[in-house]
Design a protein around this ligand. Structure first.
Ligand code: UMA
Length: 454
């Protein structure tokens, strides 16, 4: 652990990550200067809490000179490197650490890290579920919602931290060194934050920067970009296959159409369970479950406990979550589909005609990349800031109706859906034009859908 006493830590942004990092720094004896551009009820509450613990807090501005005088600056993941406050610090060559890096340096337990474009929240949550079923104290944390700094503050420390690592959190890392890791998938996302797909991939690859030969990496065997992400980093490789059997010479896990099975590096096979006993929808979730099972076994969970845990998996909220069936129409909340690749995965899991709700704040992707995935889609209702852009990109492929916001999209879908259809919210956009998070978007969607039955 790196001593903090006597150091001054600058915290930029006071939502979940900033609050937790500031509390951790204060608990370890550092001086803290924290600031947030937003002066709202929420940031004022955090400011009051941190001031009571001894921090200096400013709302409504960042004091660049004061931040430049700090030993380390810890920005919140939502703040992109091109934000003026971070630009100024970079120009001066000041050290910037992500909240993940900062917390890792204060953590007293090993880390399982899960990254990737889609599937990482589900895999993180299921890995923690399997380990906890085996009696280990292994919280799911990081991008999933519980900042790693909170875990670093826990006394006693847990046995393991199961960390969902986003590209934002990996970008400013130096020493972050998970013992086990997984890459779920790799496709364009967050191009507005990173500037390019290459920069996004480079941030994700930081997960392997401090690897050693004892590490173990779980990778999707059939996704060439994702399986190549570790490059030449040291560590054992385990691959997950859904379409093909495990190739000779590779260790990992596969689904043979009936059973989910593991093969270890010594060639030994073990059966996990029949697919029919795994209570999850969609092929992509079979891959997520296999990754979680491999990670849990590698980190020490007994196979029988892993089998038992797999029988009780549940989808995290806002991921292909059925909301209600009303007048024969199934309404599905996949608000977590915040990019095109995730929307494609959702569409591939549909077995009925779909009225697709797309929209929100665009993230720099080309919606035309959805055209060849629209086979089951009867029509699209496009909402929010991205609405006109979506209509142009899908022109001629499928009927598109543009409405201003999600509530109007729900009303429009109610008029247009027929019995036997699914109305799928898989928006391929961020939520921030209308909501504070994808969770709030999903909750509002469910509430507006259910209004019809009251
Ligand atoms: N702010 C400034 N100055 C600026 C810009 C913003 O002060 O120049 C302030 C804002 O006013 C705000 C704060 O900075 O108060 C931004 O905080 P944040 O958006 O990073 O929010 P947190 O609550 O700390 O949430 C972050 C992650 N958010 C993002 O990565 C955008 C959460 O992931 C994560 O759960 C949480 O830390 C705990 O680790 C969410 C997310 O959307 C789920 N992640 C992306 C995704 O999954 O696609 C990567």
């Amino acid at each position: 652990m790196e001593p903090l006493a006597g150091r001054t830590i600058g915290i930029v942004g006071l939502a979940r990550s900033g609050r937790a990092a500031a509390r951790l720094a204060l608990a370890r004896g550092a001086r803290v200067y924290a600031s947030d551009l937003a002066d709202t009820e929420a940031t004022r509450a955090v400011a009051a809490e941190l001031e009571a613990l001894g921090a200096t807090v400013e709302l409504g501005r960042h004091d660049d000179a004061r931040l430049a005088a700090c030993d380390w600056v810890v920005p919140s993941p939502g703040i992109p490197p091109h934000a003026p406050v971070l630009r100024a610090l970079q120009a001066l060559g000041r050290p910037i650490l992500s909240e993940l890096e900062f917390a890792f340096r204060q953590l007293a337990c090993p880390v399982i890290a899960i990254t990737g474009t889609n599937g990482k929240t589900t895999t993180t949550s299921w890995t923690a579920h399997l380990l906890q079923g085996a009696g280990l104290r292994a919280p799911a944390c990081g991008n999933i919602g519980l900042p790693l700094s909170e875990v670093a503050l826990a006394d006693p420390a847990p046995d393991l931290a199961v960390v969902e690592a986003s590209s934002f959190q990996l970008h400013w890392t130096e020493r972050f060194a998970p013992r086990w890791g997984a890459v779920t998938s790799l496709a364009p996302d967050h191009l507005d934050w990173h500037g390019s797909f290459e920069a996004y991939v480079a941030a994700k690859a930081r997960m392997f920067a401090n690897a050693d030969p004892a590490c173990a990496w779980v990778l999707p065997g059939e996704d060439p970009r994702a399986r190549a992400l570790p490059g030449n980093a040291p560590g054992h490789r385990f691959y997950v296959y859904l379409e093909r059997p495990l190739p000779a010479g590779e260790a990992g896990a596969a689904w043979d159409g009936e059973e989910l099975r593991l093969r270890w590096a010594d060639g030994r096979w073990e059966t996990l369970l029949p697919r029919a006993e795994l209570p999850v929808l969609g092929r992509h979730n079979v891959a997520n479950a296999l990754m979680a099972a491999l990670l849990a076994c590698l980190a020490g969970a007994p196979l029988e406990a892993v089998r038992q845990g797999l029988r009780t998996l549940a989808p995290p909220p806002h991921r292909l979550q059925p909301v209600a069936t009303i007048d024969g129409v199934l309404w599905i909340d996949d608000s977590k589909a915040t990019n095109i690749a995730a929307t494609r995965v959702a569409l591939a899991a549909m077995d009925r005609p779909v009225v697709l709700l797309l929209g929100g704040r665009p993230k720099g992707e080309d919606f035309g990349a959805l055209r060849d995935a629209l086979g089951s889609v009867r029509e699209v209702i496009a909402f929010g800031e991205a609405g006109p852009q979506i209509a142009t990109a899908l022109d001629g492929a499928v009927p598109v109706t543009v409405v201003p916001a999600l509530r109007a999209a729900v009303e429009e879908a109610r008029r247009r859906a027929r019995p036997g259809d699914a109305v799928l919210l898989a928006p391929a956009c961020a939520s921030f034009d209308e909501f504070s998070s994808y969770e709030e978007r999903g909750e509002k969607f469910a509430a507006w859908v259910r209004e019809a039955v009251r």
